[in-house]
Design a protein around this ligand. Structure first.
Ligand code: FE
Ligand code: CA
Length: 511
């Protein structure tokens, strides 16, 4: 049965005998919504020098499967050079089908490099909000500056998206999401907000969860403000999953189905290119970006191909499996791709956007060592290979970005990760959560004790926010932007700390 709460199709559009081979364009006048189907806003992503992906979803009843029924619907799209859409430079029609939750992914090409564009969709009698996007500079062209911000971890129940309200007003060329876009947990009591539904298992579950998150006006605003480059972490499917191994070691075939559902809903709701269309439980999400002659960026996937966490997951004493040569986060194909791409890179800045902290962090104050096995700390041999590669200087200025951990960190990455006397070969900036874990505080005593015995840590803070980055040829600057609270609306934002990495000198200096 159709769920049609606030809208209806004309009888013509609902006809089961709809001739699918005939162009639908002429019939769109018959399509009437009594409420906007653009409840989830618009988005753009994966910018290139000549184009970008434009995204929307038709969902007049977003939290209950979308409410679009089974028929495909034509969606018109337009790209203009001003926010009033007065001069349209590209336009076309895309088909939104129920197989993909009536989402639309338009890969626009033929645009000019490094300029702002605006875009809008139309379905039947309804117009979407206007989004703004920006193309990347031409390949190899001289570029003075790149500005972006990166975020992670936006648990809907644990906090408001106040950070996004502020981020939408930042002067950025693009934004980056490093995972935990949704959380798969069931609804829980006594939180700031409440998830709809139980633990996510089916495609419909995941779709409804994305719809709930994306119905937040601040999240819609940051998507409408600039293009996004996104990668997932674990919670887009299941906490701490590794390859086909779920958190609770479910049968592999069962978990493969769940992973396929999670991946499909992720693809559907993100502005990703055709190359990322999932095939069952497989989906290509690691990919490169080039920003003129200034920076190359490599987005990693440390979930899909990883081996199981060693030593029993979570924070544990070190066991032999930590130094197993078979343990991998990236998988051999991705690792080869990363190092061979880095070796070919001639850009002064090589930014590795990925999920989990690469720096070593002993989480047990005192002589005993305990590591978080879900991070690079659990995959020592692969990390050592990468650090050795960095030390060979085949790629200038490697900068690692991470999320996942729900605090802000700045780390020196030493060639021998546990030896602060060995050379620093890369710089790591770890961004806090947008909302996960709630208000936080500047630095709780438990974290302070950990920071004190980890000498490679340059900075730690436990508030919510995002990291703003500015890259120029001579240096890269990061500003740790934090809000005071997320359990009630209206927090102001401030820059808690700023760091600079000088071209040619790994390691962050306090700005
Ligand atoms: Fe998280
Ligand atoms: Ca210790």
């Amino acid at each position: 049965m159709l769920s049609r709460r606030d809208f209806f199709y004309s009888t013509l559009a609902l006809s089961a005998a709809w001739p699918r081979r005939v162009s639908l364009a002429g019939m769109q006048r018959a399509l009437r919504f009594s409420a906007s189907p653009f409840t989830l806003g618009v988005a753009s992503g994966d910018p290139s020098p000549d184009g970008v992906v434009l995204w929307t979803r038709l969902a007049p009843d977003p939290l209950h499967g979308g409410g679009m029924g089974r028929e495909p619907v034509d969606v018109q799209w337009r790209v203009g050079v001003d926010d009033r859409m007065a001069r349209v430079v590209k336009s076309g029609t895309a088909v939104a089908s129920s197989a993909w939750a009536h989402t639309v992914h338009v890969e626009v090409s033929g645009l000019e490099p490094q300029r702002w564009y605006w875009y809008q969709f139309q379905a039947g009698n309804e117009l979407s909000p206007v989004g703004r996007t920006r193309t990347f500079p031409a390949a190899g062209s001289p570029v003075d500056k790149m500005r972006f911000a990166f975020v992670s971890c936006q648990h809907y129940e644990q906090g408001l998206y106040t950070a996004f309200e502020h981020m939408a007003h930042e002067d950025l060329d693009f934004a980056m999401h490093l995972g935990d876009y949704i959380y798969e947990n069931p609804a829980s009591d006594n939180r700031v907000r409440r998830h709809v539904g139980g633990e996510l298992m089916t495609l419909e579950d995941y779709r409804n969860r994305y719809a709930q998150y994306r119905s937040d006006p601040a999240l819609q605003a940051v998507h409408a403000a600039f293009p996004w480059i996104v990668v997932w972490d674990d919670h887009e499917v299941d906490n701490n999953y590794a390859g086909f191994i779920s958190e609770h070691d479910d049968p592999v075939e069962e978990f493969a189905k769940r992973r396929a559902a999670g991946y499909q809903a992720y693809y559907e709701h993100m502005p990703l290119r055709r190359a990322s269309i999932p095939h069952g439980p497989l989906m290509q999400i690691y990919r490169p970006f080039a920003y003129g002659n200034l920076a190359n960026m490599f987005m990693l996937d440390t979930r899909q191909f990883r081996t199981d966490q060693p030593c029993g997951d979570n924070v544990k004493p070190v066991c032999a499996a930590v130094s197993s040569p078979k343990a991998t986060l990236m998988g051999p194909t991705q690792e080869r791709w990363l190092t061979s791409s880095l070796a070919r890179s001639s850009a002064p800045w090589n930014i590795i956007g990925q999920q989990i902290m690469m720096g070593r962090l002993d989480r047990m104050p005192g002589p005993e060592v305990r590591l978080s096995m879900d991070k690079w700390d659990g995959y020592e041999v692969e990390r050592a290979r990468l650090l050795k590669f960095f030390a060979g200087r085949q790629a200038s200025n490697p900068v690692v970005l991470a999320g996942d951990i729900h605090n802000n960190w700045v780390n020196d990455l030493h060639l021998e990760i546990a030896n602060v006397k060995s050379p620093i070969v890369a710089t790591e900036f770890v961004g806090t959560s947008v909302s996960t874990t709630g208000d936080g505080s500047d630095i709780p005593p438990a974290l302070k004790a950990i920071v004190e015995e980890n000498e490679s840590v340059r900075f730690c803070n436990d508030q919510r926010g995002y990291v703003r980055c500015e890259v120029e040829k001579g240096h890269m600057r990061t500003d740790y932007r934090v809000v005071d609270y997320v359990t009630r609306p209206g927090s102001p934002i401030k820059t808690r700390a700023s760091f600079v990495v000088e071209n040619g000198k790994a390691g962050a200096q306090k700005a």
